[in-house]
Ligand binder design. Sequence first.
Ligand code: HMG
Ligand code: MG
Length: 298
Amino acid sequence: AFPSSVRIVEVGPRDGLQNEAKAIPAETKVELIDRLAAAGCRTIEAGSFVSPRWVPQMADTAVVLSRIRRHPGVSYPVLVPNMKGLEAAIDSGCEDIAVFASASETFSRHNINCSIDESLERFAPVLTAAHGHGIKVRGYVSCVLGCPYQGAVAPESVADIARRLFAAGCYEVSLGDTIGTGTPFAAMKMVETVAQDVPLSAIALHFHDTCGQALANIYACLGLGVSVVDSAVGGLGGCPYAKGASGNVATEDLLYMLNGMDVETGVDLDQIVNAALFVSRVLGKHPNSRVASARLTQ
Ligand code: HMG
Ligand code: MG
């Protein structure tokens, strides 16, 4: 059955901007995050504490976090790959972090320079220390519907990593179609397989829209009862270590669909469109979404 409400996890300021070639001023990131909070987003991924040599665009995450206007009831999670990242997150007063693993061995090597098993070993002390500080930890699994380096990925491999992240104490596991090659039946089969090991209430969808399938995939998986969806304002995004992969499903396109289905989100479509137009203007790009593009031609 379809959920009556969906929690949108806005990942634009992180996943959306991490891959931009030109430097984006911290002020722009701050304004984007503040606009998203004002639009009603309750979870806004604000940056990453990763190596600045690997992802230069996220190097100013601490500055961004120190300048945003923190709205009550809004969480601002950041990505953390290791203890060094956790320490930076603690110094910035973060209450939410996310660790990120992969269902593909080759992608794991390219993205975080270690094997899947090594990454999970590395996350264990991060989770323990985070929980000791009262910090909530989300887990990501990448390449759930395909890998840019090794092609097909079995649903059982995704379920295995998701189960281990959940067992390690992640409150939610976000399933990433990193390269956006999935289609609805494959997405459903993958989620059904994961749901044998992780409760549906702890599963989130994180679909990139490279092949135009993200909304169809989300629709299919909402029908299974998933109720948390990651999206990026303006359809921004891509992973620097997944060549050719395009942005996340656009928040405004997702909202347009959910509003039409009478699914509650608490997020205001017009304000999201305005935020999409704002960030596209700063980046000198056309918004990568149907709804914002339609607004421009009205
Ligand atoms: P490494 O080179 O193996 O790490 O990288 P290392 O421990 O050997 O350290 C090397 C250098 O990095 C050292 O500096 C460390 O201090 C520094 P040096 O002494 O050479 O000057 N360093 C750090 N600096 C800042 N913060 C840190 C940190 N850790 C080490 N936390 C590492 C391993 C994991 C650090 C690196 O591979 C990395 O940072 N990777 C991040 C990749 C990334 O952010 N990818 C994008 C996010 S994932 C994604 O987009 C997918 C997702 O959206 C879901 C989906 O779509 O599927 C989540
Ligand atoms: Mg992503």
